[in-house]
Unconditional design. Structure first.
Length: 325
């Protein structure tokens, strides 16, 4: 995204169309970031289209007495009723100053009346088509590397896609990490050194296995991460983030991930994943895990004589907490 576009005020009407959830979520995040560059206090409100009444939406789109800026995101816009389309049609005739309305639609014929309305009303359109072909994934990774200010050779590009797989979130994370770790110039040797065909060797993989209570997988992932030189602080951060996420999502209850996203400050996919994991945790178990991850964060930053041992101890503490031991 160019600096000139970042500096320009975003259009008050935004339409995000396509099945690729990661790209759609990023489009919303990029939009909110642009708005907050101009107004750090802007409020983000997400609503699942089928769960908000037209009158309620009208209230959220009404200017406040204090002229507070807002980004209103309607997810699953393909589920819009006739009454909802009518409410949006009334609003787009004269959009309120300081408010941005975003309709997020999966594409296709269902709910097309709303997308047609937004297009005809001059909405800025972002297309997030499903990425499924190998060539498309390669193009995506190449764009991600450039997005992070780096460059990648053809051989490295093929090796990275082969190592990580088809998940866009993992590919985006890998591209970002490699740009940071290589100084921006990614070659095949660099990819092989960091991944060696094992995408699961990241701190996130260690954390995922630990919070799932899988002792064998967690220790195997930890050993691979250490062998491949993943910085100890990144592993500790990933472990702490996984446990904190469970605690935050558990405290929030079973609400819709799209509606909880703004409140919790994390993307819907992350909330959805944590909701599935936290069912196996009790509050006292989470408290034990939080204490262990807080300690290891201090240990890997110089408090412990052996940071590798400290990480092993923390991973096992999380696994044992999950098991109630």
């Amino acid at each position: 995204m160019s600096r000139s576009r970042d500096a320009a005020p975003p259009d008050p009407l935004q339409l995000i169309v396509g099945e690729e959830e990661f790209l759609a979520e990023r489009a919303v995040s990029d939009l909110v970031r642009r708005v907050r560059n101009q107004d750090p206090e802007v409020e983000l409100r997400r609503f699942k289209t089928s769960e908000v009444a037209p009158g309620e939406l009208a209230g959220h789109l009404s200017p406040s007495l204090f002229a507070e800026s807002r980004v209103i995101v309607l997810t699953h816009a393909q589920d819009a009723t006739k009454d909802m389309v009518a409410a949006v049609a009334e609003y787009v005739k004269d959009p309120a100053e300081g408010i941005i309305l975003v309709a997020q639609h999966s594409g296709g014929a269902k709910g097309k009346a709303l997308t047609d309305l937004m297009r005809k009303s001059g909405a800025h359109v972002v297309t997030c088509e499903k990425i499924s072909r190998p060539a498309e994934r390669s193009d995506f990774v190449s764009s991600e590397v450039k997005r992070n200010g780096g460059s990648i050779t053809p051989g490295a590009l093929a090796a990275l896609v082969e190592a990580v797989g088809s998940d866009l979130r993992e590919l985006a994370s890998a591209a970002s990490q490699l740009v940071a770790d290589t100084g921006g110039r990614i070659d095949e040797a660099g990819v092989r050194r960091y991944y060696r065909g094992r995408a699961e060797s990241s701190g996130f993989a260690v954390a995922d296995a630990a919070v799932a209570g899988d002792r064998r997988a967690a220790m195997e992932a930890l050993r691979w991460a250490m062998v491949l030189g993943v910085p100890h602080v990144l592993i500790a951060d990933a472990l702490a983030d996984a446990v904190r996420t469970l605690a935050k999502v558990g405290s929030a209850g079973r609400g819709d991930p799209n509606r909880l996203a703004g409140e919790l400050g994390m993307p819907p996919w992350k909330i959805r994943k944590a909701q599935g994991q936290v069912r196996s945790w009790r509050p006292e178990q989470l408290a034990t895990a939080i204490a262990a991850t807080s300690q290891v964060n201090a240990d890997v930053k110089g408090m412990a004589a052996d940071s590798e041992y400290a990480l092993e101890r923390a991973v096992l503490a999380v696994v044992d907490a999950r098991a109630g031991r």
